[in-house]
Design a protein around this ligand. Sequence first.
Ligand code: 13P
Ligand code: ZN
Length: 277
Amino acid sequence: MKVLDAEFVQGFIRMANDGWEQGWHERNGGNLSYRVKAEEVELVDENFCPQEWQPIGTSVPNLAGEYFLVTGSGKYFRNVILAPQDNICLIELDEKGENYRIVWGLERGGRPTSELPSHLMNLEVKKLQDENYRVVYHAHTTNIIALTFVLPLEDAVFTRELWEMATECPVVFPQGVGVVPWMVPGGREIAVATSELMKKYDLAIWAHHGMFAAGYDFDLTFGLMHTAEKSAEILVKTLSMRPDKLQTITPENFRDLAKDFHVELPEAFLFEKGKGK
Ligand code: 13P
Ligand code: ZN
């Protein structure tokens, strides 16, 4: 089967385009990765044309020998749907999880996203938690980024605020959301910090930059990013009208919700706040 005819490739392309249409991918902003299933590799491996091995820039031994579909560095999400073969690629990792090689895609040249260390370290942490995790998505979500200029950069503050602004949030991300302070993107250091947070959460905010989401499939991962960003948008709108809230969802309300929806909400996020906050 041709690579572009495979369902997982079509799902990847659709997700990239959905993100573009949301306005989260100016220029080459954002990147996407998918840990390909062994049976999916078999469907398309007749098309593989392996290039030279290159260092990943970090080590992911628990992903050794696996294949990943990733966006290219400097490539624009808006172009993925028009010419996927030039903007995304399939890579294979070596037996140590220290090097990768392109086996398909980026036909006009290029390399995988500069955030490959973050994607692979997050995918490794998630795989060790639960084999079903396959997608990691980085987007430049406007409203989340805006909030990182006005809210304290603390997991508890962001989790609680996002939960309060849309009732479904605690059900969609009951573990909460982590926050990475501003760091230089594209390297191992920010990848280590993000993957540490991914041990606890499916969502990590990069201050003044964007967000990372992890999930089982394209729908769940896109939906998670979309839900958190929409909640941030509601908070930005609310704060634009007045600095305090007249009423909100209370810690007791969250506890009631948790019971009926069968989710566990950590008490650390259900703290009492000052009046009007
Ligand atoms: P890439 O074009 O290398 O994927 O980088 C985009 C980005 O968002 C960096 O954080
Ligand atoms: Zn980015």
